[in-house]
Design a protein around this ligand. Structure first.
Ligand code: GLU
Length: 486
């Protein structure tokens, strides 16, 4: 029988959750769910200087936002708490002692300064093995000096370490490039490679799915597996994510943290969909896939070898697709905080209004921020009229009287429907002997302050009678004073 699939996501809480890390979490989660396996969350918090509670909480929030639930943890009251490496120091000590008793590791008393000096002298970053064969007398002397040792692994001096990566095939590293690396620091805290191997073994991880940048750590981990006589898991190193210009995804080029995408008004469904396509594709090349469809189609052989490109336009397109396809109720709920953020009270409008607003504006926007921005003119006064639009559309002699007349006619419109409003504009433009467009643009400017909007009769209806009449009146007044000034 095949073993149960057990995978883990092992973030370090040293920053906000990066989209690259999130993609790693997602691939692990999809793989676990697809195979009815287990997804384990392990917090690698051994870098005590850089790990913070705030980063941890933010990363956990992101995981929850995206619905990446984890299955196991030391505490299972209510929901599982993740594993924390700093709570497992005893465990690592036990395995370090075991390696010591097997003569696979040794104590090293070198100070950081000595190491630095040696690196400069030998012009090599590797450790020389200086403390490997210390005599008991030498050790006594070093101890007397108050030095606290770290533990180093005895790397094989020759040969190669070979392992199989499920994406890259056979990978081999020359052992002479691997120095005697530290497995435990002098303060009893394990290094990443050692803690990861002990944990992956004890947590019975079957597949280590992680970013390409960890490929170079793998030979050291493989050596540790061999030394401890553990069976290694399968390694799956997923391709790096690049910007469109093929440079490394970096903060300078735009958002890189999941949180920033949430703040920009991207929907979790769209993020999940888009991120899963970074370095993986379903067999049938579908681009819009729900969470369930992703789980169903996910497989490791769909992961590409070549780097993934973060195509922002594609993300926007996918987000736009979800804005129009998710239940309106969901969009309304998620939109409201953005309206508030933009400085308006979302409670001013009722649900029916939002439904209409989304049907009118939904297919023109890429994000909830854009949607909120477009709708803001229905919540509060517009700051200014687009200056170019003013010059072009408010210049005609008939504009002032036309705006007043439209104010009157719309205020008297009992029906106040898209059709009745259209009729008012068309009839009046005929009476004036101008094309409907000559009235439509000024009205658009009057309501939205801009020269572009969805079909104007929808916008007029959406404004509601009171606001529409008020905007037409204010625009007429504005044109009066603008003309008087010029
Ligand atoms: N803590 C490591 C990281 O955040 C985990 C690497 C691994 O998955 O082995 O990159």
């Amino acid at each position: 029988m095949e073993h149960e699939v057990r995978v883990r996501f092992a973030p370090s809480p040293t920053g906000l959750l990066h989209v690259g890390s999130f993609r790693t979490a997602l691939f692990n989660w999809l793989f676990a769910r697809k195979n009815n396996g287990k997804f384990i969350l392990r917090i690698e918090d051994t870098d005590q200087k850089r790990s913070t509670k705030e980063f941890l909480e933010s990363q956990l929030e992101d995981m929850k936002w995206m619905g990446l639930d984890w299955d196991e943890g030391p505490e299972t009251v209510g929901c599982h708490s993740p594993y924390f490496q700093m709570q497992r120091l005893e465990t690592y000590k036990k395995y370090a002692d075991k390696l010591m008793s097997m003569d696979k590791v040794y104590l090293c008393y070198c100070t950081p300064d000595e190491l630095k000096q040696a690196r400069e002298e030998t012009k090599s970053a590797g450790y020389s093995g200086k403390c490997r064969n210390l005599t008991p007398q030498q050790v006594e002397k070093l101890k007397d000096e108050g030095r606290k040792p770290c533990i180093r692994f005895i790397s094989p001096p020759r040969g190669e370490t070979v392992f199989c990566d499920q994406i890259k095939g056979e990978v081999s590293f020359e052992n002479n490039l691997l120095d005697d690396f530290v497995i435990m620091k002098s303060n009893g805290v394990p290094t990443y490679n050692f803690a990861a191997v002990v944990d992956d073994h004890l947590m019975e991880i079957t597949h280590v799915i992680r970013g390409d940048e960890h490929l170079s750590n793998t030979p050291r981990q493989v050596l540790l597996y061999q030394a401890m006589e553990f069976e290694p898991p399968r390694f799956v190193h997923i391709p790096i994510i690049l910007n469109e210009d093929r440079t490394k995804l970096s903060k300078r080029k735009g958002a890189v943290h999941l949180l920033e995408f949430e703040q920009k008004g991207f929907l979790k469904e769209a993020m999940l969909n888009f991120m899963s396509l970074l370095g993986w594709a379903p067999k049938d090349d579908r681009e819009i896939l729900s969470k369930n469809e992703l789980i169903e189609s996910f497989s490791l052989d769909g992961i590409t070898k070549h780097p993934a490109v973060f195509d922002y336009k594609k993300l926007e397109w996918i987000n736009g697709q979800y804005i129009t396809s998710l239940p309106t109720k969901t969009i309304v709920e998620r939109l409201k905080p953005f309206i508030e953020e933009a400085g308006a009270d979302p409670g001013e409008k009722d649900f029916t209004w939002y439904v209409e607003a989304i049907s009118v504006y939904g297919n023109r926007v890429k994000t909830l921020v854009e949607l909120a921005d477009s709708l803001l003119c229905f919540f509060r006064d517009i700051d200014e009229y687009d200056p170019k639009g003013v010059k072009k559309h408010f210049k005609h002699d008939y504009i002032i009287s036309a705006l007043y007349e439209l104010e009157k006619r719309t205020s008297e419109d009992e029906e106040f429907s898209v059709e009745s409003l259209e009729k008012i504009i068309r009839d009046y433009s005929e009476e004036l002997g101008v094309s409907a467009g000559k009235l439509i643009q000024p009205v658009r400017l009057a309501i939205t302050g801009t020269t572009a909007s969805p079909p104007i009769f929808d916008v007029m209806k959406l404004a509601g009678k009171e606001l529409l009449v008020d905007r037409l009146h204010k625009a007429a007044k504005f044109v009066e004073s603008w003309k008087a000034d010029s």
